[in-house]
Design a protein around this ligand. Structure first.
Ligand code: SF4
Length: 231
């Protein structure tokens, strides 16, 4: 039985070329994330989806100001911290989100029996892929260049492996700018952020970390640095 996602088989014909995306990304350098979200909303309408990890609700806060009905998805791997699930509930209470909770198949792999790459493929990548292929031409994430050296050149507008447009409105925002906006706008924050977790994923794979290297607490002690969502 194959438990990994099969992105190649699910690709749809891209409406955008890589050079289209690169040109649009260059146009948005230095712009406020709200401008990027407004453009994406106008360009893709109801075929735009927002993938939220609920480490905070910054991207949600900015997006619902543009479109209160935006399709927000949360991938419930079955291994989230209680604090993360509580942050989802707080966000629902504040924003009345149009939220879809994506869950893995009953036969999904787990990290202990199948390893981290297969577990992430089965519990994160595959559920998001099913949702995107059925519902979206473009999706947004909270990915930022400050997250890690691997993300240092992340574009604001990109194409993913499926040929869908991937929009990272926060890519160019510094940690300082993010923290200022969160404070000024009373944005919801996962309480684990105040307990030494600058990046928050599933509990088996997340440890407290150096705030200057936020993702170093994810899959610590292994070569793995990404779950596969951002390919
Ligand atoms: S982060 Fe860990 S527990 Fe979560 S899906 Fe990936 S390997 Fe599995």
């Amino acid at each position: 039985m194959t438990l990994l996602a099969t992105p190649v088989a699910l690709r749809t014909a891209p409406r955008w070329s890589p050079s289209d995306a690169a040109a649009m990304s260059a146009e948005f350098e230095g712009c406020h994330p709200g401008e990027v979200i407004t453009w994406a909303t106008e360009e893709f309408g109801s075929r735009l989806c927002l993938s939220a990890s609920f480490a905070d609700t910054l991207l949600i806060d900015l997006a619902v100001a543009v479109n209160p009905d935006i399709d927000v998805v949360f991938i419930d791997t079955g291994f989230h911290f209680a604090e993360t699930l509580a942050t989802v509930r707080r966000a629902m209470a504040r924003y009345s989100l149009n939220l879809t909770v994506l869950r893995p198949a009953a036969t999904a792999a787990d990290i202990w029996n199948h390893g981290a790459d297969t577990c992430c493929g089965s519990r994160k990548v595959a559920p998001l892929e099913r949702h995107l292929v059925a519902n979206a031409d473009a999706w947004m994430s909270g990915l930022r260049r400050d997250d890690s050296p691997q993300r240092a050149n992340a574009p604001i507008v990109d194409l993913d492996l499926r040929g869908l447009v991937k929009v990272n409105p926060l890519a160019g925002w510094s940690t300082e700018a993010i923290e200022r906006h969160i404070t000024d706008h009373d944005v919801l924050v996962n309480p684990l952020s105040f307990e030494g977790y600058p990046s928050i994923g599933c509990w088996p794979c997340t440890q407290p970390a150096d705030p200057n290297d936020p993702r170093s607490g994810r899959w610590a002690g292994s070569d793995k640095s990404e779950c596969g969502l951002h390919q």
